[in-house]
Unconditional design. Structure first.
Length: 143
């Protein structure tokens, strides 16, 4: 069986470095899974996701002219379906809804009043925290 780009195979992790994992493929060939191709989340420590001698499923991303094989673990499995209670609006980052359902029934004046109250509270807290950071020295009284 010849190795080809796009093929999904199983292999055994033979080595781990700070930048990726080496995986032994069929026919005795070895490829590397870069740390960015291990999982769909940020991977700080690769050993949190794989260990040596572990059997993993990988997809072949590329085969270089020099024989280097680039692999991906995250592209070897289909993405898990998202649990979205509402339809996601296309074009919105992360599929976030901009307004919650409880605000839709409030009038504009009610929303503005709540915003002003929240804003005033935050400004008051900020002023209070800034007054305490001067260490007792005040510029107002010294001329």
């Amino acid at each position: 069986m010849a190795l080809e780009v796009g093929a999904v195979l199983e292999g055994k992790v033979t080595g781990i470095t700070k930048f990726g994992a080496f995986v032994e493929l069929p026919e005795g060939k070895t490829g590397m899974v870069h740390i960015s191709e291990v999982a769909n989340t940020y991977v700080k420590e690769i050993r949190d996701f794989v260990s040596e001698n572990q059997t993993v499923k990988v997809r072949i991303l590329s085969i270089g002219e020099d024989g280097k094989i680039s692999l991906s673990m995250k592209k070897a499995v289909p993405p898990a379906p998202r649990n979205t209670p509402r339809a996601v609006s296309p074009g919105r980052p992360g599929g976030f809804e901009w307004q919650s359902s409880r605000q839709e029934s409030a009038s504009f004046e009610d929303m503005m009043s709540k915003f002003k109250q929240t804003s005033d509270e935050k400004m008051s807290d900020l002023k209070r925290s800034m007054d305490g950071k001067h260490g007792g020295f005040s510029r107002r009284g010294s001329k």
